[in-house]
Write a protein that binds this ligand. Structure first.
Ligand SMILES: Nc1nc2c(ncn2[C@@H]2O[C@H](COP(=O)(O)OP(=O)(O)OP(=O)(O)O)[C@@H](O)[C@H]2O)c(=O)[nH]1
Ligand SMILES: [Mg+2]
Length: 311
């Protein structure tokens, strides 16, 4: 079963890709997922992973639609993952978002998937990393990940993506300060969308000035204005995406930092997995638990002792 799934992925078969993503999403750290990732990993590493983040309604999905059309016209294979904040009411992806985007994308043979963001700390769930690997192994030239910018998810997207495009626009009012606080550091390219709207040039100037005051690395994040209604600015955006990709490929330390973070995530999980049985055993040991209570052992000392004992 795994064999046919893997060859389906390698052939770019949409149903196999879909099925693999579902497995990755639902089965977490099961052996199936481990084996799947192990099998496909040698074919990964070719896709340009682009994170697109910004406040709700700023035009991320519209932008992605246009980017996909342009790239598809160039003969590139594009996949899109849209990550919605999971809502307590639906517990899943927002349907409207998906429908809006799908109409323009399926036309171009773009693979597209909406995922719920179920990370515990408000960040991206670990399965997103594996989802991207599946799409990468399936031969995607570009994998575009849409997230609504917010806290931990922003940090995570900057570790997942090769290039982070931060989208802002006019009319964000006082909110802009709060939004900027979270995303100025993670953006490799800044977009001011809705250039057809009033206030767009002020917004652009504001971002340029903020960037000018920030400590500068070797890559100086450019700001590009887009009008997603008529397509103005998109050639420049695609060019900047390419340039940033070339920059990253020449700077292995960037990829090392990202890989470190991914590794950390897996080590945490691996440690928990390795000791889970022992820990459960100890927690179910009534005699021991009663002794802790009777001897009034504080929980820090108890936990420390237990970990030392297991390790
Ligand atoms: N005037 C104008 N409207 C735009 C532009 N780009 C997008 N819009 C409109 O803005 C609205 C929101 O666009 P979306 O692409 O759904 O925005 P989003 O950032 O994906 O929104 P969420 O996924 O809900 O966070 C839609 O009605 C778009 O038609 C633009 O450049 N100019
Ligand atoms: Mg959207």
């Amino acid at each position: 079963m795994l064999d046919s799934l893997v060859s389906g992925i390698f052939n770019g078969d949409a149903r196999s890709i879909s099925r693999a993503i579902t497995i990755v999403e639902n089965d977490g750290d099961s052996d199936t997922v481990r084996n799947l990732i192990r099998e496909i990993f040698p074919r990964t590493g070719n896709a340009h992973i682009v994170g697109i983040t910004g406040p709700p309604g700023i035009g991320k999905s519209t932008m992605i639609g246009r980017i996909c059309s342009l790239l598809s016209e160039q003969g590139k294979k594009v996949s899109v993952v849209a990550i919605d904040a999971s809502s307590p009411f639906t517990g899943g992806s927002l349907l409207g978002n998906r429908i809006r985007m799908q109409e323009s994308l399926t036309k171009h043979g773009v693979f597209m998937r909406s995922l719920a963001n179920r990370g515990l700390t408000g960040g991206l769930s670990r399965s997103i990393w594996d989802t991207v690997k599946v799409l990468d192994a399936a031969g995607s030239d570009y994998i575009i990940v849409e997230t609504v910018g917010a806290g931990q998810a922003d940090l995570d997207i900057s570790n997942l993506a090769d290039t982070v495009v931060v989208v802002l626009g006019p009319g964000l009012g006082d909110e802009i300060q709060a939004i900027k606080a979270g995303i100025m550091e993670i953006g490799n390219i800044f977009v001011i969308n809705k250039m057809d709207r009033q206030g767009a040039y002020i917004a652009m100037k504001d971002i340029e000035e903020t960037l000018a005051m920030m400590p500068r690395g070797e890559w100086k994040p450019p700001v590009v204005g887009l009008n997603s209604m008529n397509g103005d600015g998109y050639d420049k955006l695609l060019d900047l995406m390419e340039r940033h990709r070339a920059f990253s490929l020449n700077h292995p330390e960037v990829r090392m930092r990202k890989f470190r973070t991914e590794l950390q995530m897996h080590i945490d999980e691996e440690l928990r997995r390795k000791f889970r049985k022992d820990i459960t055993g100890i927690l179910q040991d009534d005699i021991r638990i009663r002794r802790y209570l009777e001897d009034r052992v504080d929980p820090y000392s108890a936990a420390e002792g237990i970990v030392e004992e297991i390790a």
